[in-house]
Design a protein around this ligand. Sequence first.
Ligand SMILES: *Cc1c(COP(=O)(O)O)cnc(C)c1O
Length: 477
Amino acid sequence: MAGHMTPDEFRRYGKQVIDWIADYHESVASRPVMSRAEPGDVLAALPEHPPEKGEGFDGLLAALDRDIMPGVTHWQHPSFFGYFPSNASGPGILGDLLSSGLGVQGMMWATSPAATELETRVADWTAELLDLPAKFHGNGVVQDSASSACLVALLSALHQAGGGAPGRDGIDRRYTLYISSQTHSSLEKAARVAGVGANNVRVVDVDPVTLAMDPAHLDALLTEDIASGATPAMVCATVGTTSTTAVDPVPAIGEVCRGHGVWLHVDAAYAGVAAICPEFRWINDGLDEYAASYSTNPHKWMLVNFDCTLLWMADRAPMLGALSILPEYLRNKATTSGEVIDYRDWQIPLGRRFRALKLWSVIRWYGAEGLREHVRTCSRLADELAALIAADPHYEVRTDHPFGLVCFRPLWDGLATEEANIATLDALHRLNASGDLLLTHTKIDGHVLMRMAVGAPTTERRHILAAWSRIREETTP
Ligand SMILES: *Cc1c(COP(=O)(O)O)cnc(C)c1O
């Protein structure tokens, strides 16, 4: 019978695993970016039943290479340009490993004071790096994803809109949530989860060119809903939308929210971390004056491997009112003293990983300087790519690409929109199937656009040029 892994065994196998990861990163560029696995391939390679006798660790890495790796898409590949980046880094991986090594469940301050206090500190560090308003100081928390952050914001906003009744008991109102057609789908999901209901999600118009939310239409919808007896709970503005990185006018939206007394959440999941560079600080406009909550994902573009989202509250009281419950079995002196933060009250689940370690590790390793350099390199490469595309009369590129994402489409000289869309999607499929690069797409005004997001730490100019050359090969009519 196999017993627990001894420290010596752990040391031996641990070194093999670290070597495996280092080899992987060293060679990832030579692999096809997108997995070529068909549905069921990986499942078929795996034994149908678990072993009765432990098999030890020998052979696990070989099975990983043989059975698992063919089904892996290489997100850290320098030619991975799909979705948004989910960039990992050496210090991020090692910080995560340390967190696994400690195995701490940091639900409360009392369950490991350092897990809470390091998190408070690195949330403040990040707020300082991004030059966020002082009101967020001490009010930041690490969440698993932007989806969770938006749900926590909505629950807090509902609590406030309902007058702060514990558990929202005895409140029978129709609450509404305001988004645009460009807002991330997690907001509608949050409305469903929170019981607001998809029908009470109001979709505000966007500017047809910039795709930014129209504050005048928001104002009109709020006025109309309030007149019909609804209670507006929250408006979500986005800085850097998922489809095209459009930026909603936060100050003008904030002014409307203030006029109606509505909670403003600003979702900057992808783009928010760009503010580490002074030239991007404009994306913070209006946060100080108007935002009740703000979230961004270090796990997208700040070299912290998934998962790590930061959420800040201007005032933590509505969130605590909405989420805090203290059962007898969790009672402890520190909690009742009121002197400590218990992050279990700042999120949906009770339990939580020690995620602050990887954020700490990344910030310490790179320093503000290194993180700034990463953002700048990616946006410079994106600018260069956009210029190449703009110079080619066979393509149309969206002119606003303030961050690392470029959206464009082949014009397929003479093809009608529907045929052009099919041709673009076919070309995208061929490109991704070739393994040379990975792109995703979006649809704006009926046109399918290719999305190319630059964000992997290993992406260099030559990868951009090679990608552009492959795109031209596959999109020449
Ligand atoms: C990616 C993204 C999200 C969702 O992020 P998760 O962390 O995967 O939940 C939300 N909003 C915007 C604007 C995004 O780009």
